[in-house]
Design a protein around this ligand. Structure first.
Ligand SMILES: Nc1ncnc2c1ncn2[C@@H]1O[C@H](COP(=O)(O)OP(=O)(O)OP(=O)(O)O)[C@@H](O)[C@H]1O
Length: 296
């Protein structure tokens, strides 16, 4: 481990322990981090402390095998974080915990500093501002690109009935903005089933963006894309950074390099916990990381 990485690790540990102290009530009342001790089930997420997602000591066991083993991770508001790790490291299980698909045996998970994700159902989590993109694109193949975005306008199912109602000027503007962002404006009237794989991925990301999620979870978004599509996807994600927090699980190191721009933090998962965190160049030089992952 490089000295910089050790320093980063120490800093994270101190920050983490401060939050943990706050979560167990060992903090001055009303202190800056005190709200971690007051996780609530419902209500508006609180992002004023700069935290979008907080996982603390999460353990998930499948028949005694720990897919996640005391995993702790903090994602800041507006941050773009890449998560890498070998097959079976626990990346998908982590996403499943965040989205309520899998319940952990132990630990805490909050959205912002107050919403207790572990007490919400999967469908509730989908509507509070967490969007998840699975590896395979899932768009409505028989509908046009525009109609797909229109369908995604509202988060709840009732909106589906309104497919053919007149869109407000504001809604049309929003669809136009997203079409530009995902490079599909010229294909707005095209049937989604005729799009390339990369275009379908962008469309699905656009559909998630229609709901303006605070946190986007993206599982291997560039798998199967051409180099040009991969590059455009990197540009898209970089343009989303700041307004949204993005957690990108990815095996493609060139893509991770583009996204992290030589300065952002990359998290390496291994055997269900964080093996290393730091800049891509740092984790790539980390002996433990080389051994378990990059040197395969
Ligand atoms: N439902 C399950 N029952 C039993 N074991 C499971 C289950 N889900 C995941 N696992 C195991 O947990 C470990 C972590 O799996 P997970 O899919 O989270 O890893 P991953 O990092 O996403 O891997 P990959 O990069 O291959 O997608 C693996 O060993 C996997 O076999």
């Amino acid at each position: 481990m490089t000295p910089e990485l050790m320093q980063a690790g120490t800093r994270l540990k101190i920050e983490h322990e401060a939050r943990l102290a706050a979560s167990t009530g060992k903090t001055e009342s009303g202190g800056r981090s005190a709200s971690y001790g007051r996780l609530v089930q419902h209500g508006e997420p609180d992002f004023t402390q700069g935290v979008a997602l907080y996982l603390d000591d999460i353990t998930v066991s499948f028949d005694g095998f720990k897919a996640l083993n005391a995993l702790s991770l903090t994602i800041n508001v507006g941050e773009l974080r890449c998560i890498i790790g070998p097959n079976g490291a626990g990346k998908t299980t982590m996403m499943d915990v965040i989205t309520g698909k899998t319940r952990p045996d132990a630990g805490r998970a909050s959205f912002g500093s107050t919403i207790d994700l572990l007490r919400l159902r999967e469908n509730e989590i989908a509507t509070i501002g967490i969007g998840r993109k699975f590896q395979k694109p899932t768009v409505y193949e028989e509908l046009s690109v525009f109609e797909n975005l229109e369908l995604a306008l509202a988060a709840d199912r009732r909106a589906r009935a309104s497919l053919f109602h007149r869109l407000s000027g504001q809604q049309l503007d929003r669809i136009g903005e997203i079409l530009t962002l995902i490079h599909l404006k010229p294909s707005a009237q095209r049937t989604a089933g005729l799009l390339s794989h990369g275009q379908k991925q962008w469309l699905e990301i656009g559909m998630l963006l229609m709901q303006d999620p605070k946190l986007l979870l993206l599982d291997e978004p560039v798998a199967g894309m051409t180099d040009e599509e991969t590059e455009r996807t990197a540009e898209l994600f970089l343009s989303l950074e700041g307004r949204h927090s993005l957690v990108v699980v990815e095996h493609d190191m060139k893509f991770v390099d583009q996204l992290t721009e030589g300065r952002k933090t990359v998290t390496v998962l291994h055997e269900g916990s964080v093996l290393a965190e730091g800049k891509l160049s740092e984790v790539q030089a980390n002996d433990k990381v080389v051994e378990v992952y990059l040197g395969r």
